[in-house]
Design a protein around this ligand. Sequence first.
Ligand code: SAM
Length: 237
Amino acid sequence: MSTSDFFDNFFAADFWTAIKRRSFPTDQHSMFGDEETFKLVIERFRPSTIIEVGSWKGHSANFMADVCKRGGIQARILCIDTFLGAVEHWHLPDARPQLFRDFGRPTIFERFLGNTIARGNDGIIFPLTLDSTNAAALLTLWQVKADLIYVDAAHDAASVKADLTRFHPLLSDNGVMFGDDCQFEPLAGAVHAFAEDHNFHVFVSSRKWMLVTPGMIASLFAPSFAMRVSREGWVHP
Ligand SMILES: C[S@@+](CC[C@H](N)C(=O)[O-])C[C@H]1O[C@@H](n2cnc3c(N)ncnc32)[C@H](O)[C@@H]1O
């Protein structure tokens, strides 16, 4: 089993054709930001397979797909999400309406599909509608490897630690893992603890964190890219 076997088995050639026979809403609501970081990482690593853990309505995935298209990078982006939202989306009064619940069930997935079709990224983006634990187990069984893994699902420390632990082994040689929201101290703490245990440095750019080795920094990143080593403790610019 391999990455291409996985895509062939779970996403038939008419996967998007069948979806596009129906119409789905577009929805601009997002937590997406730090475009420059996404651009830099994708342009430097030129990934063939990207895994995104936590996609919401698809804005970060569609941005990554657009960067790939513009750069002539032939990538597939596997978007792992229950598409049911996380605790904060249900709990916070400002976020709750964004679930657009229908018969009690959020319609995040429908909006993810609508946004992806509207942006012309069907064929690049593929949704895997599982929780991250089951998704990681499935991808491990199928021996899927990704060149880039973006982690932006549950934000509590235990879940972040679990996502890093389960998804990091799926990185290809020279692959890189990065994620969102290191302004949250518990999340940053989980990232740093993982980095310590696995001998990585954490680099921080705005809200994004990235697990890197010193060699990667020297060879891959422009000096103009304002990142800082934050191994001794989390640092937010
Ligand atoms: C912050 S949002 C992702 C935002 C998205 N990356 C963007 O920038 O547009 C977090 C997403 O993670 C999903 N999520 C939370 N916990 C999850 C879990 N354990 N497994 C899968 N998805 C999860 C939620 O449903 C939600 O859509």
